[in-house]
Write a protein that binds this ligand. Structure first.
Ligand code: GLY
Length: 262
């Protein structure tokens, strides 16, 4: 079993994001970050499918955070709307949320985008932690501080840059990913490798079989290299003024295709 090594560090104008990758990374990161869970309210935002498949793995966080409020949002893109964000703001305010509260996203890119937007806006911004459970979110969406909700005019049109304090890409969470989700994340890793890291491309070609089978030991080094490549781009261009636009390759076209196809 590959264990999580030293965290990657993404430096930005508000501090740094620690990115922990590997099997066992979640338990390790929870134990190493008591300042994030103690003496403050922690709001965990997740969706029914993620909680059904991986909810039990949250045990270390449930034990470490004396005030943990769990809030459920719909699965998938349906969560990324103003109504759901509004319900979360209300629930957090009623549960005693304060400026030192922490929002934790546990799920794929949609949960991360929504929870990040709520963290960026609740009381003008509170600490944000991402626990990405899909391969796509581990290699891309959870890294780099982009948060957003959708409006009728289009996807991701309202949001904020709000860097996370901590991202944990726990490889064990990838075990329950459906094959289509695994392929979707792998394609993103291939795109990043082709753009930024040809050694990673060679590794993906070599290990394609265990990667497509969802083997965490094969996936962890790919996630780590893809995340490291993205860290470099985001450090050089945090607000997407130039180089970072390369990472939108495929995404912008996908948004247009989805909008046109309804
Ligand atoms: N998903 C592309 C980016 O974070 O810039």
């Amino acid at each position: 079993m590959e264990t999580a090594g030293e965290p990657l560090r993404l430096r930005h104008d508000r501090g740094e994001t620690r990115i922990v990758v590997g099997e066992g990374g979640f338990e390790q990161a929870v134990a190493a970050s008591p300042e994030l869970w103690q003496d403050r309210s922690v709001f965990l935002i997740s969706s029914p499918t993620v909680l059904r498949l991986q909810g039990e793995s949250l045990a270390p966080l449930r034990a470490a955070a004396p005030v943990l409020v769990e809030l459920e949002v719909p699965d998938g893109e349906a969560a990324k709307c103003l109504d759901v964000a509004g319900n979360l703001w209300e629930a957090m305010a009623r549960a005693g949320g304060k400026r030192d509260s922490v929002v934790v996203a546990f799920g794929g890119g949609s949960v991360g985008d929504l929870a990040g937007f709520v963290a960026a806006t609740f009381l003008r911004g509170v600490t944000f932690v991402q626990l990405p459970t899909t391969l796509l979110a581990q290699v891309d969406a959870a890294i780099g501080g982009k948060t957003a909700i959708d409006i009728a005019a289009g996807k991701n049109l309202v949001g904020a840059f709000h860097p996370s304090a901590l991202v944990v890409a726990e490889s064990a969470w990838l075990r329950t990913l459906p094959p289509a989700e695994l392929r979707s994340g792998l394609v993103e890793a291939i795109k990043m490798a082709a753009l930024l890291d040809l050694d990673l491309l060679t590794r993906i070609e070599r290990d394609l079989e265990p990667l497509l089978a969802g083997d965490p030991a094969a996936l962890a080094p790919v996630v780590r290299s893809a995340a490291a490549a993205k860290v470099g781009v985001v450090e050089r261009d945090p607000y997407e003024a130039g180089e970072r636009q390369l990472l939108n390759y495929g995404h912008t076209f996908g948004h247009a295709l989805e909008a046109a196809a309804g």
